[in-house]
Write a protein that binds this ligand. Sequence first.
Ligand code: 1HE
Length: 263
Amino acid sequence: MSAPPAGSDPVLTVARRGAVMGVGLNRPAKRNALNDTLILAIDACFAELDDDVRAVVVHGVGEHFSAGLDLSELTERDAAEGLWHSRMWHRVFDRIAHCRVPVIAALQGAVIGGGLELACAAHIRVAEPSAYFALPEGQRGIFVGGGGSVRLPRLIGVARMADMMLTGRVYSAAEGVAVGFTQYLAEAGGAYAKAMELADKVAANAPLTNFAVLHALPMIAESNPQAGLVMESLMATVAQSDKEAKKRIRDFLDRKTAKVRPT
Ligand code: 1HE
């Protein structure tokens, strides 16, 4: 399955396939540069997910995921406006990171600056060979402002991020898997299809397991170990006492579910 075709309007395409919602950045003529209209459309989209949506795939329409911040909107902003603008991006990308359901980013072509920050707010990233990752903020005389300095070091480490910003280093799709930007390398033209395949899988999980992975796991991982272990016990107890867990475990014991095998 390929991504939906390029369109001219609106800046954000939304499509449903069963329980999975596809959200497309749709400014291909501007390489899906993130202007305020697009950022606020993402905000509204993630603020109002339908109850029956169980996974989201974010992708870029056209040949690129996103060229990052729309630089044409930057020139007129003063310091205070810049501060609030960055906080607005934080709010919107937090909606993705703290979404009720798993969000998967399908990446091709440029995944640059704010586009990379957006991708890193998702829970799973799938790249095809054309994807490349860069932070040209150093060359532009600016800094990341969409949560990149918090999220990227947790994926690739401070030293790699510093190198990218200081030297303009660009990572290829294959390198992206090796350094930790992405979890999957899809075939050429296949990022969207692979992301949808993964979305179908995560959509079929018990909702409480997905809640625990999205909302408890990141907090546990950041906690001091003793607090983390208590939180883990609480979350495990809540999840396993849910009727969905009891049914799934009964199904396994009754040999009604697939066994775990190497892929
Ligand atoms: C843009 C942007 C943009 C393209 N803002 N308009 N991001 C960057 O520094 C990346 C800048 N972009 C590029 O390096 C290249 O455009 C690409 C490698 C992504 C694509 O190249 P190409 O040859 O396919 O397209 P193009 O001809 O360079 O661009 C097509 C159009 O998109 C052109 O506009 P046109 O009216 O002349 O047709 C470009 O000006 C426009 N365009 N990228 C505005 N980014 C919260 S802080 C985050 C800080 C950042 O994200 S910094 C990184 C910014």
